[in-house]
Design a protein around this ligand. Structure first.
Ligand code: NDP
Length: 294
């Protein structure tokens, strides 16, 4: 089963469906990623802040796959923003991943109160791109106003904006801004993980009656329906699971098609309620943490 690729705005091909490792403890990450690669995932999404880049790298090295077969994406944490600090953040991440070149390096968050620092960090990504250390660069959790401010001050349009997108929080204004600029939206919590693993949320997308009914008509699971929804609307998605049967389930979404009515019904479930932190309130004081050396 070959996952279709999305062509990024600089021509680089990225498997549309990837495998995320947020909240996967380091001591479980190597096995989880090894299993994901065995099952057929060829795109892994990690982050300096997840504390498991080393184990991701170990699993890739042990897989026997050629380097070019696995698309590796990671993120620079806000504590490492600034031109020199972000260049060094690449060394830390690449060192832990034991890779000379990363496929996609993104800024994990904007710092709205320190936007110049965010831009300096991105300038470092532009340098890394020009030097061939990374194949593509991008951002995460950028709201349309962040993108507008950003595009005025930088040269390379981000290839990807990784953002919270699931049926209960669709962020149509982010999708539209990304599309306007040729930026691929990559959905985090694509099956709505944050709606069921975090307290106080509006309920689980997995239990949604509309999604369950669509799943029933296609003889699929709710998770598969949500992933199909992303793919058919042109998004990348990076579901996370440490459960091998779910990893396989989440990849097995390539041989069925949702109808336009199905897609519209899922779109209509948007509650407008965010699960993750509001990107406007992210500061180094509140969210900063030291990222260890490689
Ligand atoms: P997901 O929508 O991927 O959901 C993950 C949760 O769903 C886990 O609890 C998992 O359990 C469970 N699960 C997975 N597959 C199934 C299934 N088929 N049926 C039922 N339950 C299932 O949410 P995440 O928040 O983990 O997001 C995915 C990835 O996005 C992250 O791993 C990370 O790479 C990225 N991310 C990025 C953020 C950012 O700020 N840029 C923020 C959050 C995530 P189990 O593992 O026990 O099987």
């Amino acid at each position: 089963m070959t996952v279709p690729s999305i062509t990024l705005n600089n021509g680089v091909q990225m498997p549309a469906l990837g495998y995320g490792v947020f909240q996967t403890p380091p001591d479980e990450t190597r096995t989880a990623v090894a299993t994901a690669l065995e099952i057929g995932y060829r795109h892994i999404d990690t982050a300096a802040a997840y504390g498991n880049e080393r184990q991701v790298g170990e699993a890739i090295a042990a897989s026997g796959l050629d380097r070019g077969e696995v698309f590796v994406e990671t993120k620079v944490w806000i504590s490492d923003y600034g031109y020199d600090a972000t260049l060094h953040a690449f060394d830390k991440s690449a060192g832990k991943l034991a890779l000379e070149q990363l496929d996609l390096l993104i800024l994990h968050q904007a710092l709205p109160g320190e936007f110049d620092l965010t831009i300096d960090a991105y300038r470092a990504l532009e340098t890394l791109l020009a030097d061939g250390k990374v194949r593509a660069i991008g951002v995460s959790n950028f709201m349309p106003n962040h993108l507008e401010r950003f595009l005025d001050a930088t040269t390379v349009i981000p290839a990807v904006n990784q953002a919270e997108v699931h049926p209960y929080f669709r962020q149509p204004e982010v999708l539209a801004a990304d599309a306007r600029h040729g930026i691929v939206t990559q959905a985090w919590s694509p099956i709505g993980g944050i709606t069921f693993y975090r307290d106080g949320s509006p309920g689980s997308t997995l239990q949604d009656p509309t999604i369950k009914e669509i799943a029933r008509t296609h003889d699929r699971t709710p998770a598969q329906v949500m992933l199909r929804w992303h793919l058919q609307q042109g998004r990348s998605a990076i579901p996370k699971s440490v459960t091998p049967s779910r990893m396989a389930e989440n990849l097995d979404v390539l041989d069925f098609e949702l109808t336009p009515e199905d897609l519209a019904a899922i779109d209509s479930l948007d509650t407008g309620v965010r699960g993750g932190p509001d990107p406007e309130v992210v500061t180094r004081e509140a969210f900063g943490r030291e990222i260890p050396e490689a």
